[in-house]
Design a protein around this ligand. Structure first.
Ligand code: DP6
Length: 313
């Protein structure tokens, strides 16, 4: 009666923050991410007779992004009115890439339900039209997104480089300014925006090289620096985009202290207050324990590298 798909969110190691084209949702710079298991979106799709209906959990919602996305798809594909039922096992809209897993799961479900016959790279391009970061969540492992095709590509598969990931949740609330709105504001007003785009190209090339070499020490430098540069652009946007809270800063400090003590770990933060710690295998448990004691940390989630989006059978 319905098709159910699952997808994981991803955490960006080299960030996408800015659009070359709003209409075609083309990023201004290439990005790299790590698909993260444990956090999952589950989306079911079924044809219905009346107009489209979206349910988030058990609640019917209006979602402008999904409405626009379906409108775009129907230019090419014969998709009847549908009911979309989505659930996340993690906080939504709080900087944990729920739009990435959301659109990746939706495209995966639509492809199956309506026999669209799309290859994963084509699904990635479609998912990008819903949300840029969703292009990367079609795939597991470590994934890049670059032009000219802007279809995500797998750099390393799920088991090619085992890594531990700890997410420190410091705020469960929905962020004040969405990524889509925030990055457009940054392009219009941050004096650092052009330099950010230029330096992201270099960071991307370096990070890709270090990932393929599995050189964790060099990846630490480029990933933390790229993250802080994006937040510098956010801070210098008018009005300023300030996604952190005191616990976010305390986690950054704690992760740097752990590294001083010889623990191989680095931090990254997307558009929200949560801190993600990426560590070499075997260290995640210790890092989770220490981060859970940082004042203001509500809880931690321990994960590893996740797999491709999939259909529930
Ligand atoms: C900070 O993919 O949510 O997480 O394309 O407008 O939907 P839209 O933006 P979105 O932005 C993600 C921003 C980020 C960095 C990243 O994931 O690369």
């Amino acid at each position: 009666m319905s098709t159910i798909a699952h997808a994981h969110p991803n955490i960006a190691l080299i960030k996408y923050w800015g659009k070359e084209s709003i209409e075609r949702n083309i990023p201004s710079s290439p990005s790299i991410s790590l698909t993260i298991n444990k956090l999952t979106t589950r989306t079911s799709v079924r044809p219905i007779n009346d107009g489209d209906r979206f349910l988030f959990g058990n609640e019917q919602v209006e979602d402008e992004k999904i409405t626009r996305f379906l409108e775009f798809l129907r230019h090419t594909y014969a998709i009847p009115p549908i009911e979309i039922l989505t659930e996340n096992n993690f906080p939504t809209g709080a900087g944990l890439a729920s739009s990435a897993s959301g659109f990746a799961a939706l495209v995966t479900a639509l492809n199956e339900e309506f026999k669209l016959g799309l290859a994963q790279s084509e699904q990635s391009v479609l998912a990008r039209m819903g949300s840029g970061s969703a292009a990367r969540s079609i795939f597991g492992g470590i994934v890049s997104l670059e032009g000219p095709t802007w279809a995500a590509q797998v750099l390393l598969k799920q088991n090619d480089w085992p890594l531990d990931i700890v997410v420190a949740i410091t705020d469960d609330n929905i962020k004040d300014v969405s990524s889509s709105v925030g990055m457009t504001m940054s392009k219009e007003s941050s004096p650092y925006y052009d330099d950010w785009v230029k330096s992201s190209e270099t960071d991307f090339k370096n990070a890709r090289k270090y990932i393929l070499q599995r050189n964790f020490d060099r990846l630490i430098e480029v990933a933390e620096s790229n993250c802080l540069k994006m937040h510098a652009v956010m801070l210098s946007t008018l009005p300023s985009l300030f996604y952190w809270n005191p616990a976010t800063v305390a986690c950054i400090k704690q992760i740097r202290d752990l590294r001083e003590q010889g623990i191989p770990v680095f931090f990254t933060i997307d558009a929200g207050a949560q801190v993600k710690a990426v560590c070499l295998p075997g260290t995640g448990e210790n890092v989770a324990h220490i981060l859970s004691q940082v004042p203001g940390v509500l809880r931690t989630i321990s994960a590893t590298v996740g797999e491709d989006a999939w259909i529930e059978t």
